[in-house]
Write a new protein. Structure first.
Length: 381
């Protein structure tokens, strides 16, 4: 019986790995060798569109452009027009820490940067999965889980956050220094870093937590030295401005409400209430002695996707770290009623996304995040 279940699992993963890889290649065929759309389209502007804005911002910061100007949409769009002949509007509110960490890659043109970025993202995600699963299963999950595809789609940083979270939480017990290193790198996504560091402290994995905070503090310090304090405030103001002026770009609760016509204050109150509820559940899980670490980790990944007000659809690559944790727990303890439907939905989410956006007005990744949150909470005993 166990052999039959194992065979079914591998067939399931192989099917979705092939489907996702094929979709990945199909999407890549929409662009030419310079990363430009082969045909004019209202939604295809440049490969990894969000990353293009971040790349332009990083280059402007490295060129000593004052941060208040570098974070302006006009300066970012103008840079991309001059360097890549893309005549459209781009925004970026990427943290200065991202720019500092990726400085070695900024000497190449955008397409070379994107190639390197997506290669390392998938590679690190695969290495992270290998800390959870055997090699054969890891190779299938690298493509069966849509984290890489979501990153490729518009250039979100979710796949890097997913790799960092998995490596930090899986290595904390046996390799605290490495766990601290990867946890410190999560500072490029501050919300994710706070949740990971809090998890290490809750579990009294002191050595990993200390290394994590030291690495993060070093990255913040060197970013501050390189770009100045104004870069941090400019990033925050740029994020708030983008959320207020272009809420439909985002997939957070507040953005979805603003995009639906709800005024800012009620939307912000709802976002705050949702954050409080999610964090309350996280504390309860972390304090439940019978709750297994894999379940807690899955909940934290879903929580990180739901509490940030500045989440793009492509940032939901982090969600699939949570799916991987839940899959590992299900392998060890078995599935509860309804878990199979969740896994099928998770692996096929990229095919459900268009349907939900068109008919429900909500990205399916948000629905899946809430589903993962509830599924993890249900498995707390």
């Amino acid at each position: 019986m166990e052999t039959e279940k194992k065979v079914f699992q591998y067939v399931f993963l192989l099917l979705f790995a092939v489907m996702t890889a094929y979709t990945f290649l199909l999407r890549a065929a929409f662009y030419d060798e310079e990363g430009m759309p082969r045909e004019e389209s209202g939604y295809l502007r440049v490969i990894g569109e969000n990353l293009a804005g971040d790349y332009a911002l990083f280059r402007l910061l490295e060129n000593k452009t004052p941060p208040a100007e570098a974070y302006q949409s006009g300066r970012i769009s103008n840079f991309l027009y001059k360097s890549a002949r893309v005549d459209n509007s781009f925004v970026s509110f990427a943290s200065p820490m991202k720019s500092f960490v990726f400085v070695p890659w900024l000497s190449v043109d955008y397409y070379g940067f994107f190639e390197t970025w997506i290669f390392w993202g998938i590679l690190l995600f695969g290495i992270a999965l290998y800390s959870l699963f055997p090699l054969s299963q890891t190779l299938l999950l690298m493509f069966a889980l849509p984290a890489g595809f979501l990153g490729f789609l518009t250039g979100g940083w979710g796949i890097y956050a997913a790799a960092g979270v998995i490596l930090t939480l899986c290595l904390a017990e046996r390799h605290p220094k490495w766990a601290g290193f990867f946890g410190g790198l999560c500072i490029i996504e501050p919300v994710t870093f706070v949740l990971v560091a809090a998890a290490l402290m809750f579990r009294r994995q002191t050595k990993a937590a200390v290394y994590c905070c030291i690495i993060a503090a070093a990255i913040v310090f060197f970013s501050l030295t390189r770009y100045g304090p104004e870069a941090f405030s400019s990033a925050l103001f740029a994020a708030l401005k983008a959320l207020e002026s272009k809420p439909c770009l985002f997939s957070s609760w507040i953005a979805l409400l603003l995009c639906s016509g709800v005024s800012f204050i009620p939307a912000a109150v709802f976002q705050g209430a949702a954050v409080a509820a999610v964090l309350f559940g996280a504390v309860r899980l972390m304090r439940t002695p019978s709750c297994r670490p894999f379940v807690q980790n899955a909940y934290l990944c879903a929580a990180a996707c739901l509490i940030s007000p500045f989440f793009y659809v492509s940032d939901f690559g982090l969600l699939y770290a949570g799916v991987a944790f839940l899959l590992k727990d299900s392998e060890q303890r078995g599935c509860l009623k309804g878990d199979i439907f969740f896994f099928v939905a998770a692996f096929s989410s990229i095919y459900l996304e268009s349907f939900f956006l068109r008919y429900m007005g909500t990205p399916f990744q948000v629905v899946l995040s809430v589903w993962l949150l509830l599924t993890a909470y249900r498995r707390r005993y």
